[in-house]
Design a protein around this ligand. Structure first.
Ligand code: FES
Ligand code: MG
Length: 574
């Protein structure tokens, strides 16, 4: 051990014991054919696996885990793979986000309760990354992330396609331009290999986040799942985690405020998902770094879009890898990053990108030659969102960045679905669509419905975008002039909860403001007359969730999960 030569391995509290306890801790492990020498003071490394056939983005993780194991053995460690709750973004109802905090509890308790000295987190599909990182932060032992990698770019009839195209195809079907039968063929063409969504959606943003935070080896973010080099990275990560245990290099040594600042700047430059905000705030809350929603504005303000990737741009994650990967992006940002922060490989961010090269200027630009002057993220405030709201300017329409329009209000998602395509709906393209009660508590879990489709009658007039405002989220693959995460959400009874049809709302992204032309007196009067009915959930996890989830501007973590309980070895089991 380098930090403290005499420090015992955590796992020795199990496997280093004599007598009855040592017997119990070792004997049942040996039924798996494990030789006695494995228990001889070797670093025990957990491989926290989110493999599941219900999380197809992580469907290749059993193989990936084998590559990690090779590395751990090679470096003299003892690998033990264990499953945790896996969150399949596309399958889980009402939204995988409802279970992010639950999965994080599973991860935290699984690590703490077991004889682990270090852990490798296998993350892929959207919520599997933040849930694992959050849980691991609350324990804080040496930890490295291996992402599963993006899918190969979808190919359909000579065109490159990816997840962001779903929203376009959906509109095409509604307008009668595309048959459902053809849509069914596109399914298999889009998802044609192992891996997570191939655009800069939430999964890719999370993979970039962990690399920018220094939690993974360089290049982790972009190597496609199907590329053999993904396995190499997994094996090298296995080697490295054993060394990290010897160096006692923990998450809290890496996750300093400077690392968080880097992640925010990188997310702005790559046009990362708006979900990044919520997840990073939650991670900061676990490790104890005082990060605030306003910090995202301060740090992102002058950072233009330098990654030409969908949904903000045109290319796919595979292209980013061939263009030099995230290290090449980091190198382009060298003047604005904290280059001296340490990462999991023991080197600094600056050292890690030193040899990187930008091989394709159409995929990776530079601060002086961006693809869009608009940044990837802006935090709005004003009397419509007392505690803030989020917009992704790089994926929005320039002509709507400063816009005032009449509110067309939907009280909840059912109301929206019932009326959006009716002739009776009074709406034109200058209106602002408002969707309430899709926040963390109001629609437990805060679903990705914020980029709600436009009214059919406006689509038929070739209207492509409108300002839309909600207390929900949108998929990281979504686009449009969409204001999200309004806090406090409608279910908490703030100003947003009392917006009515016809109220004049003003969005001014340049000035970061979101306001409604109603006096404070009128807002107070409306709030007094409005009964907020909190969601009633009788039992189970969802009951726990609605009673403890915090608002979006705090990361939507549970109040009792903030902070960490550490890696203390608790009492014996027998
Ligand atoms: Fe899993 Fe997009 S659905 S990453
Ligand atoms: Mg999603």
């Amino acid at each position: 051990m380098e930090k403290d030569d005499k420090k015992k391995l955590r796992s020795s509290n199990w496997f280093g014991r004599t007598g009855k306890d040592g017997f119990i801790y070792r004997a049942w492990m040996k039924n798996q054919g494990i030789p006695d020498y494995e228990f001889n003071n070797k670093p025990v490394i957990g491989i926290c696996n989110t493999w599941s056939e219900l999380t197809p983005c992580n469907g290749h993780f059993r193989e990936l885990a084998e590559s990690v194991k090779k590395g751990i053995w090679e470096a003299g460690g003892f690998p033990v793979e264990f499953p945790v709750m896996s969150l399949g973004e596309t399958i889980m109802k009402p939204t995988a986000m409802l279970y992010r905090n639950l999965a994080s509890m599973d991860v935290e308790e699984s690590i703490r309760a077991n004889p682990l000295d270090g852990v490798v987190l296998l993350c892929g599909c959207d919520k599997t990354t933040p849930s694992l990182v959050m849980g691991a932060c609350s324990v804080d032992i040496p930890t490295i992330v291996v992402s599963g990698g993006p899918m190969l770019t979808g190919k359909y009839r000579g065109k490159n396609i990816g997840t962001s195209d779903i929203w376009r195809y959906h509109d095409d079907v509604r307008e009668g331009k595309l048959e459902n039968a053809e849509l069914r063929n596109i399914e298999a063409a889009m998802c044609r290999s192992d891996g997570h969504c191939a655009v800069m959606g939430t999964a890719s943003s999370m993979a970039c986040m962990v690399e920018a935070l220094g939690l993974s080896l360089p290049e982790n973010a972009a190597i496609p799942a199907a590329d053999a080099r993904r396995k190499v990275l997994a094996q090298l990560s296995g080697i490295r985690i054993v060394e990290m245990v010897k160096e006692d290099l923990k998450l809290s040594d890496i996750l300093t405020i400077k690392a968080f600042e880097n992640a925010i700047k990188v997310n702005a430059a790559i046009g990362g998902s708006t979900n990044f905000v919520i997840h990073l705030l939650a991670i900061a809350g676990r490790i104890g770094v005082p990060l605030k929603l306003e910090d995202f504005n301060r740090l992102s303000a002058n950072i233009p879009l330098i990654a030409n990737l969908q949904p903000s741009g045109k290319h796919f994650m595979e292209d980013l890898f061939y263009a030099g990967g995230l290290p090449a992006v980091l190198k382009e940002l060298k003047d604005i990053l904290n280059n001296d922060v340490i990462t999991v490989n023991g080197k600094t961010v600056g050292e890690n990108y030193q040899k990187a090269q930008n091989y394709d200027n159409d995929v990776i630009g530079s601060v002086g030659r961006p693809f869009n002057d608009a940044t990837g993220l802006a935090i709005l405030s004003g009397n419509l969102a007392e505690n803030g709201a989020v917009i992704k300017p790089s994926a929005a329409s320039a002509h709507l960045m400063k816009h005032t329009g009449k509110a067309v209000v939907f009280e909840n998602i059912e109301d929206y679905k019932a009326r959006i395509d009716t002739d009776a709906l009074e709406v034109d393209e200058s209106c602002i669509l408002v969707l309430k009660n899709v926040g963390p508590r109001g629609y437990p879990g805060m679903p990705e419905v914020g980029n709600m489709g436009l009214p059919k009658k406006l689509l038929e007039k070739e209207v492509k975008d409108m300002v839309r405002i909600s207390d929900g989220r949108m998929s990281g693959t979504g686009f449009g002039t969409v204001v999200l995460h309004v806090s406090p959400e409608a279910a908490m009874g703030g100003n947003f909860s009392v917006i009515e049809n016809g109220d004049m709302i003003s969005l001014d992204v340049q000035n970061r403001s979101l306001t409604v032309a109603i006096s404070d007196e009128e807002l107070e009067k409306r709030k007094k007359n409005r009964k907020v009915i909190p969601p009633i959930v009788d039992r189970g996890y969802v009951n726990l969730y609605v009673n403890h989830v915090q608002q979006a501007h705090l990361g939507a973590d549970m109040d009792f999960l903030r902070g960490k309980s550490g890696s203390e070895v608790t009492r014996d089991s027998h």
